[in-house]
Design a protein around this ligand. Structure first.
Ligand code: BTN
Length: 245
């Protein structure tokens, strides 16, 4: 990873740039970094607050030769890499909320957005978008985000080196990606479970057929979350967001 690194000042979204680079022949491991995003995007059509110089706003081009339905596994792998690299660089207690939000004391500090392009049921390429709120202060957040979002600097009480964190993350990601290609999802799943703040906790989620409430029980081989409802029914959640209760 990172043989080719493209660094920008202000962009709309590093995701958009990475897609365009792939269209013009960029290879696996190409990285796009920006100081600022004016239209950073999050999961489920949300915006991602990306002020200048305060965070790591990064997209990575991947070309894993796996079926499209392996996407959730790559998402979980990215979350493990991110969580481990933050633990190495900052002294903070951080955990993963399914599928891939990183939380410190219940507030979100980092998020992952995977966008893919498939062909014949195989992934052609994936752009892994990584957002880490590194050195934002409380004032850098709009009022509406202050109760739900935080930064590594706020939580650790120190300014964190973005360079060190990017390097540490890329090494961690590379190791896990190689492990995944070699041994499949099983070892990644164990690592994810150990870092999760979701499992064995009461959760709530909304689906097209209504709300589901229950205890998050386990992760299955595809990366879906199994929830046990009060009536004992087991329901699998494949995508979307959950609320920890
Ligand atoms: C989420 O938690 O909803 C995912 C947030 C992903 C944000 C990153 S920042 C770099 C990349 N470019 C974007 O526009 N989004 C991702």
């Amino acid at each position: 990873l990172g043989q080719k690194v493209h660094v920008y000042g202000s962009v709309d979204s590093t995701q958009t740039i990475a897609h365009a680079l792939v269209a013009s022949g960029a290879q696996e491991g190409t990285i796009v970094l920006a100081e600022e995003q004016t239209a950073g995007r999050g999961r489920m059509g949300r915006a991602w607050h990306s002020p200048s110089g305060k965070g790591i706003w990064m997209s990575i081009v991947l070309t894993p030769r796996v079926p499209v339905y392996f996407m959730p596994q790559l998402t979980l792998l990215s979350a493990v890499a991110l969580c481990r690299s933050i633990q190495k660089v900052c002294q903070v207690e951080i955990g993963i909320k399914w599928p891939n939000d990183l939380l410190i004391k219940g507030k979100k500090v980092s998020g992952i957005l995977l966008e893919s392009s498939g062909e014949d049921e195989r992934l052609k390429y994936v752009i892994a978008g990584i957002g880490i709120s590194v050195n934002l202060t409380t004032e850098d957040y709009p009022e509406a985000l202050r109760s739900i979002a935080t930064s590594l600097a706020i939580e650790s009480g120190q300014v964190i080196s973005r360079e060190l964190l990017v390097q540490t993350f890329l090494l961690e990601f590379e190791d896990l990606y190689a492990l995944y290609m070699d041994k499949g999802f099983a070892p990644i799943r164990l690592l994810w479970e150990a870092l999760s703040v979701t499992l064995k906790r009461p959760i709530r989620t909304s689906t097209p057929s209504g709300f589901i409430e229950g205890i998050a029980d386990s992760l299955d081989d595809s990366g879906a979350l199994t929830v046990i409802t009060p009536s004992g029914e087991k329901i699998k959640i494949y995508s979307g967001d959950i609320e920890l209760k």
